[in-house]
Design a protein. Structure first.
Length: 164
């Protein structure tokens, strides 16, 4: 199989998600879920996602649809949802990528029932969407500190400064 085919197979639909998560739960695989915009992939994203992957056997990443990114971050996304999903799926430690259209990934979290829910340390655990649902199912919620000096907004700022 060609590498690009492998990457595209990691991008899954909601119906595929049900089948896959059922299989993983049956095999006692620890499922880790995280989500984000991942607009311009940078070292901070790689650090965050690799640390999330280290918390279990299977890493599923929810990617915000273009419309929800625009609500969260005016003037964005820079890259469209397909580009962002392919970039995330190209990381060897990411097992599956799924798009979500809603403002939050709560429906995905309820569907996946992850063993570990991960967000950046800029979130307080008690404010993380899906946290109560994950812990009620016996899972845990973990925050991962950001890698200092890296961020999509910083990257955009550097690009804009360089243009002047």
């Amino acid at each position: 199989m060609k590498h690009l085919e492998i990457i595209h197979q990691k991008i899954i639909s909601a119906s595929q998600l049900n089948l896959l998560t059922s299989k993983y739960h049956f095999k006692d695989k620890k499922i880790v879920f995280t989500n984000g915009c991942f607009d311009i992939l940078h070292l901070g994203h790689i650090d965050y996602l690799s640390k999330a992957a280290d918390l279990g056997h299977i890493l599923i990443v929810g990617v915000n649809a273009d419309a929800s990114v625009g609500k969260l971050k005016p003037g964005r996304p820079i890259h469209n949802q397909l580009q962002r999903m392919v970039l995330i799926a190209s990381l060897h430690f990411v097992d599956h990528v799924i798009l979500f259209e809603e403002d939050t990934p709560i429906n995905l979290i309820n569907q996946i029932k992850p063993d570990v829910l991960v967000k950046g340390a800029d979130y307080k655990i008690e404010n993380i969407v899906g946290g109560p649902e994950v812990t009620a199912n016996g899972g845990i919620v973990v925050t991962i500190p950001f890698l200092e000096g890296y961020g999509t907004s910083l990257t955009i700022e550097k690009i804009n400064t360089a243009k002047k």
